[in-house]
Ligand binder design. Structure first.
Ligand code: ZN
Length: 46
């Protein structure tokens, strides 16, 4: 399970509904939402 830092919770959360994306610079990333507060989470390197 991927996890990312949630700025709203100010802690690491597991990414809910993670999606693999590719950034404009070609790097892989994972986006999803925080399971606690619903804030969008973003992690580089998926
Ligand atoms: Zn959160």
């Amino acid at each position: 399970m991927a996890s990312a830092y949630c700025v709203k919770c100010r802690t690491k959360r597991e990414i809910k509904d993670p999606k693999n994306v590719t950034l404009k610079n070609g790097k892989k990333a994972v986006t999803g939402t925080c399971p606690v507060c619903g804030t969008k989470l973003f992690k580089i390197g998926g």
